[in-house]
Design a binder for this molecule. Structure first.
Ligand SMILES: Cc1ncc(COP(=O)(O)O)c(C=O)c1O
Length: 406
């Protein structure tokens, strides 16, 4: 069944607006997606009928809010096919999920001389926490490179695995190159050596159907706001045996079982990792976004976004002096490019004035940008509410940029 894009666009009130007297074209979906009315309504409903602190009350509203929160956890478990709700931890987003694992895993399992493997294409939030943890614990961070199509150098990564390797942490989809990494292959390889694998799913979750049991990853992290849900809510999936083994990340209410003056015992999963009052309205919005995505179908979304990617690539490739960064055949729906030696910021400003939102700069991936020896890129990233006509407008804007600066 194909998607009815015009009907879908009706669900996104923000897309109706005009900017600079032109219809808004939103191609910054890799930074954050827009929210459908259903998600906005779920948040309003929460405040109009359920708002209350959860888990700690016996009164009607507290019980109702707690039930809705825990139902959301069950639905998210189902969405990514985790084995148990104990494996679904609500966090502020991918960044907090990644910091949690790097910090707790590092404390428990990383010793001087140990090694962690990551890649050159990581977002800072899956790079800096591991880098800093390795510096603190006198461990070594090893960084696998890429080839000229922006694909991970698998031979190099495999060659880095040895008896000192404690973790492989990598992104599912590069937010700069769009490359979809062969994570199943890497997980199988790592598990042959008893090494756990963490996947940064920030760019994977909204484009690909995710089944964590089939992937067999040990951790998978994602953000609500990149999958049509609110900001400030995200998920850490972890295999129960790993989450049981890790020490708590933050201390406070809810994560404790008993507190004495001289010691504390900690709560069961998932609460051990959810200290303090959680983002309950964020969870309500995330639950609604998951339902929305499931109704459209992740397979249908992936197929449509792929068609946008191929159309846009075919239209942009012939532009004189354009260089596209990331040309793997396994790619999500984003294109990073430069035109001649035009600075990405200059190009971005002109494109903006034509009503089109693209992102320019290093995309929080400075090690990759340095590796590519460039100042940054212009990045256009597509969602299922984007259209072929919008891509035609972008192509026109790119020709205009070339004309203006050449
Ligand atoms: C690949 C990747 N990882 C991590 C993040 C960080 O996500 P957040 O800022 O939602 O925590 C991003 C955000 O752009 C990303 O693209």
């Amino acid at each position: 069944m194909s998607l009815d894009i015009q009907k879908i666009r009706e669900d996104f009130p923000i897309l109706k607006q005009q900017i600079y007297k032109r219809p808004l074209i939103y191609f910054d979906n890799a930074a954050s997606t827009q929210k459908p009315r259903q998600v906005i309504d779920a948040i309003r409903y929460y405040y109009e009928s359920d708002n209350c602190n959860i888990h700690r009350g016996v009164h009607y509203l507290s019980v109702k809010a707690t039930e809705a929160y825990e139902e959301a956890r069950r639905e998210i478990r189902h969405f990514i096919n985790a084995k148990s709700t104990h494996e679904i931890i609500f966090t502020k987003g991918t960044t907090e999920s990644l910091n949690l694992v790097a910090s707790s895993f590092g404390k428990k399992f990383i010793r001087p001389g140990d090694e962690v493997i990551t890649t050159i294409m990581e977002h800072h939030s899956n790079f800096v926490p591991w880098q800093q943890m390795c510096l603190e614990r006198e461990a070594r961070l090893r960084v696998a490179g890429i080839d000229d199509q922006g694909r991970l150098n698998m031979e190099e990564l495999e060659g880095m695995i040895n008896e000192k390797t404690r973790m492989i942490a990598l992104t599912h989809v590069s937010n700069v190159l769009g490359t979809i990494n062969p994570v199943s292959e890497i997980i199988a390889l790592a598990h042959r050596h008893d090494i756990p694998v963490l996947i940064d799913g920030a760019q994977g979750i909204s484009h690909l159907p995710i089944d964590v049991q089939e992937l067999d990853c040990d951790f998978y992290c994602f953000s609500g706001h990149k999958m049509y849900a609110p900001m400030g809510i995200g998920v850490l999936y972890g295999k129960e045996r790993w989450l049981e083994a890790l020490p708590p990340y933050q201390m406070g209410g809810e994560m404790i079982r008993e507190v004495f003056v001289d010691r504390t015992t900690f709560n069961d999963l998932p609460f051990k990792f959810e200290a303090g009052t959680p983002n309950v309205e964020g969870v309500a919005g995330l639950r609604s976004a998951v339902k929305y995505l499931q109704e459209l179908g992740m397979g249908e979304i992936a197929a449509y976004e792929n068609s946008l990617l191929h159309y846009a690539t075919a239209k942009l490739a012939p532009v004189k002096d354009i260089r596209i960064y990331g040309t793997s055949s396994q790619k999500a729906s984003l294109i990073s490019f430069l035109i001649g030696n035009i600075h990405p910021y200059d190009a971005g400003m002109v494109i903006d004035k034509m009503g089109i939102a693209v992102r320019t700069g290093h995309h929080c991936a400075q090690p990759l940008i340095d590796y590519l020896k460039i100042a940054g890129t212009i990045r256009t990233s597509f969602a299922f509410y984007n259209t072929i006509e919008e891509i035609d407008a972008l192509v026109k804007a790119v020709y205009r940029v070339r004309e203006m600066f050449s």
